[in-house]
Ligand binder design. Structure first.
Ligand SMILES: Nc1ncnc2c1ncn2[C@@H]1O[C@H](COP(=O)(O)OP(=O)(O)OP(=O)(O)O)[C@@H](O)[C@H]1O
Length: 233
C-alpha cells in the first residue's frame, strides 16, 4: 500500500485546552487512485493532507508510506520524502514571481540534484504535457490564472512523485478554467498518477474515482465510484 494511516489523532494546543482536529483517521490509498477529500471549512482537510504530505509529523497513530514508518523518520528523512515523493499544487499557485516559468518548473529538479545542463528536455516535456509548450521564457504574472495553475502542475509532476496533493486547485479560478484544470488531473490519472485533491466544489470532487468526506475531524464517508452497470436482461 502506498499510503496507510491507522488511528491518526491530531490535537492543536488552544490556550489551556486542546482542540482535536482529527479523530481516529484510518485510511489506505493505493498507487494510481484518484481521491478527493471534501468537507466544510474547519473539517480537518488541510490538517490531514499536511500529515499525508510529510509536512506535519506531530500526531498519534501510525502512518506507513510504501512500507516505511513515517513517525520513525528524522526530520531530514521526512523532508527528503516531501521533496522527491510528493508534488504539491496550491489554490494560489505559489509560483516564484521573479523566476521564469521554465525556472519555476526546473527548481524541484535542481533541488533533487540534477545539473542545470540536463534539465531542459525534462522541463520542456512537463510544460508541453500541461499545454504550455513555448511559454518557458515568460514570467508568472504574464500568464492567466489557469495558465499559472498549469505551471504549478508541471512543477508538481517534474520529479515524477509517487503522489500529488492538490489543495483547492480550482479555488481561485472561474468555472470554465476549472474544467480545463480538472481535465489535466483526469489525464494524469489516466497516466497512472496517484492524486489527492482537496476541494469544496462538488463538481470537482465528483471527478475523482473515490470521495472521502470529513466532518469534525472524522471520516464520515469513503466511497468509490460504482462500476456496476444496470442489468438489461
Ligand atoms: N495551527 C492551528 N492551531 C489551532 N487550531 C488549528 C490550527 N490549524 C488548524 N486548526 C483548527 O483545526 C480545524 C481544522 O482545520 P483545517 O485547516 O484542517 O480545516 P479545513 O477542512 O482544511 O478547512 P478549510 O476548508 O477552511 O481550509 C479548524 O477548526 C482549525 O481552526
Amino acid at each position: 500500500m502506498l499510503i496507510e494511516l491507522k488511528n491518526i489523532n491530531k490535537k492543536f494546543a488552544l490556550g489551556e485546552k486542546n482542540f482535536q482536529a482529527l479523530r481516529e483517521i484510518s485510511l489506505a490509498i493505493a498507487t494510481g487512485e484518484y481521491v478527493s477529500i471534501m468537507g466544510t471549512s474547519g473539517a480537518g482537510k488541510t490538517t490531514l493532507i499536511d500529515i499525508i504530505g510529510f509536512l506535519d509529523r506531530d500526531y498519534t497513530g501510525s502512518y506507513t508510506f510504501n512500507g516505511r514508518d513515517v513517525s520513525q523518520m528524522t526530520e531530514n528523512q521526512a523532508a527528503q520524502l516531501r521533496n522527491t515523493h510528493v508534488g504539491f499544487v496550491f489554490q494560489n499557485f505559489k509560483l516564484i514571481p521573479n523566476l521564469s516559468v521554465f525556472e519555476n518548473v526546473e527548481l524541484p529538479l535542481l533541488y533533487a540534484g540534477k545539473r542545470r545542463g540536463e534539465t531542459r528536455p525534462i522541463v520542456e516535456e512537463a510544460l508541453a504535457s500541461v499545454g504550455l509548450a513555448n511559454t518557458g521564457a515568460k514570467l508568472p504574472n504574464q500568464l492567466s490564472g489557469g495558465q499559472q495553475q498549469r505551471v504549478s502542475i508541471a512543477r508538481a509532476i517534474i520529479n515524477e512523485p509517487d503522489f500529488i496533493i492538490a489543495d483547492e486547485p480550482t479555488g481561485a479560478l472561474d468555472s470554465g478554467t476549472s474544467i480545463e484544470i480538472m481535465k489535466i488531473f483526469q489525464s494524469l490519472h489516466r497516466q497512472g498518477k496517484t492524486l489527492l485533491i482537496v476541494t469544496h466544489d462538488p463538481k470537482v470532487g465528483q471527478q475523482a474515482q473515490r470521495m472521502i468526506r470529513l466532518e469534525d475531524g472524522q471520516i464520515v464517508m469513503d466511497g468509490r465510484e460504482s462500476n456496476d452497470s444496470p442489468r438489461t436482461d
